[in-house]
Structure formats: C-alpha cells, structure tokens
Ligand binder design. Structure first.
Ligand code: RFL
Ligand code: PHB
Length: 428
C-alpha cells in the first residue's frame, strides 16, 4: 500500500458517518498492470494544505466520508514556512474542530500592531478598536496539528501521489484519477471534488478553461525577502514599517524565533543577501531612538513574489475550489491562510447540506458568498500593500505618509484597519 496516513491498514473504520464508509483498498495493478478497482468516497479532496486538511476535518466531524490526495511528501508539507497570523474566526474554527490545544498553549495572542514611519511608532489597539484579537501561530504548526488528527484515525490522507486528474466534474459522479506513491494507477469515485490544491494546482484550470470563468490579477513591482532567525523578538506586537528605502515587517513565531521581512525588488537573488546585509537593512528600516532589532542566527531565507489574483466562479458542476486554488493575496494583510479557512468553513456546511440533506441551496450560493469575503480581503491586502511599500515615486510617498498619519490619529480610520485585520465575520 502507498503512503496512506495513520499507520493503520487500508480500509476505513466507521466513526458514526452518515453512511457506511467505502473500503479504501489500494490494490496492486491487475493482470497486465491496468487500473485497480475504483474506490468510492463522498468528497475527494485534492491538496493537503490548510484548506484541504481542514475541509477533511470539518466533513469528518459531520459524518461525511472523504479522502485527501497530496502530491508532496508529508515532511515537505509540514516544513513549508508560510503564514503566521490567525484571525479570531480562524482560531475559533480550529478550536471548535478540536485543534485548539497546542494553539492555545503555544500560540501568542496579539492585541494590536505597530505602524511605523520615520520618527513615529504607533500602536493600534485591536480590542479597544474592534473588540477582537489575532494569534501568532505558524501555518507549519496548524498543518502539523491537522495532519496529526487526520493520521490518528481520520480519513485516508495519501501523500506523494502524482498525475492527479479530476474527471467528469459536470456529472453527478465525478472521479479523480491519480497514481499512488507506489506508482499504481488509482481511481477515486466521488459525489464531489474539492480543489484545494493551491495556486499551481490542477483544479482551477478546469473551472476557467473554455471561457467558463474569469480571473483578475495584479502583480506588484516588489517582493519580500523573508527570514527566520533564532532571536527573541524585540517587540511585543508586529511592526509594519514604512521607510524611504522600503517596507519592513517585524513578526515572530515564538518567544525565541523572529520572522522578519524586507521589501526588495522582485529581481533580487537571495544569494546576494548576506546575513550581515539583511540585518543592516532591517536596522535602518526599523530605526527608532533607543530601540534595536534583536539579531541571531538566520535559519531560513527566501524571496517571495507578491500578487493579487481572483478566479470566479469558485465552482464548476461538482468541483468546488477553496483557498489559494481560487485566490491569492499579497501577504501584507496576513489574509491568505485565513481566507482559506473561511472558504472551507462555508464549503463544509454546504457539502454537508448537499450530501446529507440532498439540499442544493448552500452549494449553489457557495461561490458568491465566498467571493464576497475574498474581494473584501483582496481590497484590504491591496490597501495595506499600497500604503506601506515604496514605489520610488515621491508623490506616492507623500500620499502614503498622509494615510499613515490619518490611521494613527483617527479612531475611525484605525477601526477600519483593525476590523479588517482581525477578520470580518464569516457569513458577513
Ligand atoms: P496551499 O497551502 O498552497 O496548499 C495546497 C496543497 O495542494 C498541494 N497540491 C497538490 N496535491 C495533489 N495534486 C496536485 N496536482 C497538487 N497541486 C498542489 C500542494 O502541495 C499543497 O500541499 O494552499 P491552501 O491550503 O489554500 O492554503 C493557503 C495558504 O497556504 C496561503 O494562503 C498562506 O500561506 C498565505 N500567507 C499568509 N496567510 C495568512 O493568512 N497570514 C499570513 O501571515 C500569511 N503570511 C503567506 C504569508 C504566504 C506567504 N508566501 C509563501 C506566499 C507569508 C508568506 C511569505
Ligand atoms: C508572518 O509572520 O509570516 C506574517 C505576519 C504578518 C503578515 C505577513 C506575514 O502580514
């Protein structure tokens, strides 16, 4: 058998599911090396990022069978350094799904952010402005927690699969062809396919192909150089700093690990950035009388492009998109992971209603409801990005500084930022 998670034999045990679970037997090829018998499940989920893993968890809790197919290996998926900020609703969703233990033990609750421009560092107090907080808890940790519950008696999670191909998504019996980790061709028959396979996955092209969908895109003329460092953060809250030489962000992962970013040109090569050069730039951009960036060994560094992208609709027939498969935001607003969680929260309840109650109302409205939130987050991420990154144009710089002074002096302007940053209600 291939890389079926859980260390248990192929074939599922029932956990009070709505109907008897399928036997998920990954058999060797038949005579002549052909395909094995198709396997049946209710929801075939492509991609084991936060969106796919959480969807699987939410469906399982509601008694809906599912199988998750992931083309990378577990070690890779668990090590990918990405997001760090969880909105209140994301924390609530994870907690309600039984994933709150470590998050509440090791996560850091944050009550605001600092906005900085030369000579000024101003704290936006989120509870005072909007009654909500955010949490610092790495996406790597969210992913490990989700994989942990999945492998502990959850539905099948297959790592290292290839050639994943959704088929017949316009019918009521779509299927996913794939090759398992041992090179054996498999067929998964489903009621629904969830495309949670990220920006470069195979699902979105099926929705947009043949002019059935539409996309919107903005590529920004900047990138982020991100580092992880073994250094205790020198700040209690994240610092978003505007500087004539470019934006910088001071974030963290734990009381001993800092995560910092510098705005750089997208053409910059990471090899050209020595640790000393990175720390010198951070010191310049965060400079404030009587305060210093805390340095330490850099354990990871990379250059990340920035773009906004939205694809609509988020559905074709029985194929539903969620998370980065349907939209990308620049990281300045810390929205990507949170949007993925919001999408699958909506999608899980829509699929439960379809598969258990045979009602199509929620799946029919899923795309519109998800996209309303996606566009709000897309606007907020664009606003934060535009306000904080240097374009090189001095007129733009004066507008940015005016906007920053406004947010730092007006409760109305600050509340608008705080409400969006901490996350609007999911059904909003
Ligand atoms: P993912 O995480 O990309 O997962 C998709 C999964 O699908 C797999 N896959 C396939 N599997 C099977 N068959 C195929 N054909 C497949 N093709 C792909 C992939 O291997 C992968 O495992 O998408 P998902 O689940 O939608 O989650 C989205 C988030 O990962 C993303 O939005 C965030 O990381 C964005 N983001 C941030 N979001 C926040 O909410 N807060 C933040 O503070 C934040 N900071 C960030 C970020 C993203 C960053 N980068 C790297 C762009 C900071 C950075 C630097
Ligand atoms: C992070 O910690 O990686 C992070 C925090 C806030 C952002 C983006 C990334 O806006």
């Amino acid at each position: 058998m291939g890389a079926v998670g859980g260390g248990r034999p192929a074939g599922l045990t029932s956990h009070g599911r709505a109907r008897p679970p399928p036997e998920f037997q990954l058999l060797p090829p038949g005579p002549g090396g052909g395909h094995t018998q198709p396997v049946r499940t209710q929801v075939g989920i492509i991609g084991a990022g936060p969106a796919g893993l959480l969807l699987s968890r939410l469906l399982t809790l509601q008694g809906v069978d599912n199988v998750v197919l992931e083309n990378r290996l577990r070690e890779y998926v668990e090590a990918r350094i990405r997001a760090g900020i969880l909105e209140q609703h994301t924390v609530d969703t994870l907690t309600d799904a039984g994933l709150g233990d470590r998050l509440h033990r090791e996560g850091l609750e944050h009550h605001g952010i600092y906005l900085q421009y030369p000579g000024t560092r101003h704290k936006l107090d989120f509870p005072g402005l909007c009654g909500r907080t955010v949490w610092v808890y790495g996406q790597t940790e969210v992913t490990k927690d989700l994989i942990g519950v999945q492998l502990d008696g959850g539905p099948p999670l297959l790592f290292g699969v290839s050639d994943v191909t959704p088929e017949d998504v316009d019918s009521d019996l779509p299927r996913i062809r794939f090759t398992d980790a041992e090179g054996i061709p498999q067929v998964l028959e489903c009621d629904v396919v969830a495309g949670t396979d990220g920006f470069h996955g195979v699902s979105r092209p099926l929705v947009t192909e043949g002019g059935q969908g539409r996309t919107w895109e903005r590529t920004y003329p900047y990138a982020w150089l991100g580092i992880l460092a073994d250094a205790a953060p020198a700040t209690d809250e994240l610092i978003y700093a505007w500087h004539p030489e470019g934006f910088a962000l001071y974030s963290m992962r734990s009381p001993t690990v800092s995560r910092l970013y510098l705005q750089v040109d997208p053409s910059e090569r990471i090899e050209d950035w020595s640790d000393d050069r990175i720390w010198a730039n951070l010191a310049t951009r965060f400079a404030l009388e009587g305060w210093e960036v805390a340095t330490g060994p850099i354990t990871e560094k990379s250059v990340l492009p920035m773009r906004s992208f939205v694809s609509a609709p988020m559905r074709r027939g029985r194929l539903f998109l969620a998370g980065d498969a349907a939209h990308i935001v620049p990281p300045t607003g810390a929205k990507g992971l949170n949007l993925a969680v919001a999408d699958v929260t909506l999608l899980a309840s829509a699929l439960v209603r379809l598969l258990r109650e045979r009602q199509t109302d929620l799946v029919d409205s899923y795309s519109d409801r998800a996209l309303a939130r996606v566009w709000r987050a897309t606007h907020f991420s664009w606003y934060m990005t535009s306000m904080l990154h240097r374009s090189g144009d001095d007129f733009d710089a004066q507008l940015q500084l005016s906007q920053l002074r406004r947010v730092c002096s007006s409760d109305t302007a600050a509340r608008e930022l705080a409400e969006n940053y901490t996350g609007l209600p999911i059904e909003g």
